[in-house]
Design a protein around this ligand. Structure first.
Ligand SMILES: C=C(NCc1c(COP(=O)(O)O)cnc(C)c1O)C(=O)O
Length: 384
């Protein structure tokens, strides 16, 4: 595994970490090894260390080395989806009788995995407002092994002080995992702030083109990395070679794309805040956001996701989602094209009636990298 000078900047690592020209052909971009098994030179004689692609594949290895470098970690692992990565993490670090702290705002699928799947295997959980240290402390139990944080959170754009929660978790003998999907490693590096593990849906900003589903785990803890790698192979939900290649390709432009996502989102958040039909805008880059100072402290910029509430309620929010022409009505986020959705009826329908239920008048935007003037014009005509 090649070592990269730790003084290289993010933009350089995104392009070069794990991306050495192919030793056999000189190919400048890692080839797609679309293969399941590898010839052995005699029983157990592994040429290059590869025997079966679920266990290891050269294309996935290149991505995993790149992922580790992007978060400043020692190990990166690539999965078939973000939830596959989360499932591997949860079932690696938790056993029946253990307890975990869950944030009161998180992707609906994450909460569903914990409350409807992992709970059945004897894991207990408590909900906390992770932006409030007292709420986190009150949720801890003697058997707490994991504190889960999503910051910025999906879809309310809540901000949690990572270093603060890391200190609380460490003091309680628990690990801290941060879902860094909304920020991406370009904007925020949770491991450097005390997190033990970082989760990503690489489907989002890392893939960046709405053409791949994937997930990732990164950690600085070598022993934990080995445990996660063991479970990645044992459970089997690995990223395929072509999907790994697509994520690697997306990552190469992550920095420049995030700069544009952030610039566009800031303009749109400011415009929405001034609109008479909008009752609230949830964007960490606005001084009005309760987590603005914490976000400014731990993030390079404030991201490309903007949520807002319609003064006229749920029907107005649903109607708005049907009226945009440039913002496409669709789930997911982080691609170059702008998307709009109604979390209460779409991505977070699974948490209706739970502690994570989201406001029915809420609309979420994944602000793309189109001309911001065109995006503003589309929102303007849709809002009327
Ligand atoms: C599909 C959507 N979210 C996926 C997601 C996931 C799950 O990733 P998948 O690749 O969809 O399995 C994990 N964490 C966060 C913060 C997420 O937003 C969405 O919000 O539209």
């Amino acid at each position: 595994m090649s070592e990269h000078p730790s003084d290289q900047q993010f933009e350089t690592l995104a392009i070069h970490a794990g991306q050495e020209p192919d030793a056999a052909t000189g190919a400048v971009v890692p080839p797609i090894h679309q293969v399941s098994t590898f010839k052995q030179d005699g029983v157990g004689g592994l040429r290059g260390g590869y025997e079966y692609s679920r266990s290891a594949n050269p294309t996935r290895s290149a991505l995993e080395e790149n992922l580790a470098a992007l978060e400043g970690g020692r190990r990166g692992l690539a999965f078939a989806s973000g939830l596959a990565a989360e499932d591997c993490l949860l079932r690696t670090v938790l056993s029946p009788g253990d307890h975990m702290v869950v944030p009161d705002d998180a992707y609906g699928g994450t909460f569903r995995l914990i409350a409807k799947v992992v709970e059945r295997w004897g894991v207990r959980w408590s909900v906390a407002d992770t932006s409030d240290p007292d709420s986190v402390r009150a949720a801890l139990r003697p058997e707490t092994k994991l504190v889960w944080v999503e910051t910025p959170s999906n879809p309310l754009l809540g901000i949690t002080d990572i270093a603060m929660v890391a200190e609380i978790a460490r003091g309680a003998g628990a690990r801290l995992v941060v879902d860094n999907t909304f920020a991406s490693p370009y904007l925020q590096q949770p491991l450097a702030l005390g997190a033990d593990v970082v989760v990503h849906s690489t489907t989002k900003y890392m893939g960046g083109h709405s053409d791949v589903v994937g997930g990732a785990l990164m950690t600085s803890d070598a022993a934990l990395g080995e445990e996660l790698a063991y479970h990645q192979n044992a459970m089997g939900a690995v990223a395929g070679p072509f999907d790994a290649w697509l994520v690697m390709r997306g990552i190469k432009t992550l920095a420049v794309r995030m700069d544009r996502h952030c610039a566009n989102a800031a303009r749109i958040a400011e415009a929405l805040e001034a609109h008479p039909r909008v009752s609230a805008v949830l964007y960490p880059g606005l001084p009005s956001h309760p987590g603005h100072e914490t976000a400014a402290k731990q993030m390079r910029a404030f991201g490309g996701m903007v949520s807002f509430r319609l003064a006229d309620g749920e029907d107005a929010a649903v109607e708005l989602c049907d009226r945009t022409k440039l913002f496409t009505l669709a789930e997911s986020l982080g691609g170059v094209e702008s998307l709009i959705e109604h979390p209460g009826r779409m991505t977070h329908a699974s948490v209706v009636g739970s502690a994570l239920e989201v406001p029915a008048d809420l609309v979420r935007l994944s602000v793309g990298i189109e001309s911001v003037d065109d995006l503003l014009a589309d929102l303007g005509q849709a809002l009327g």
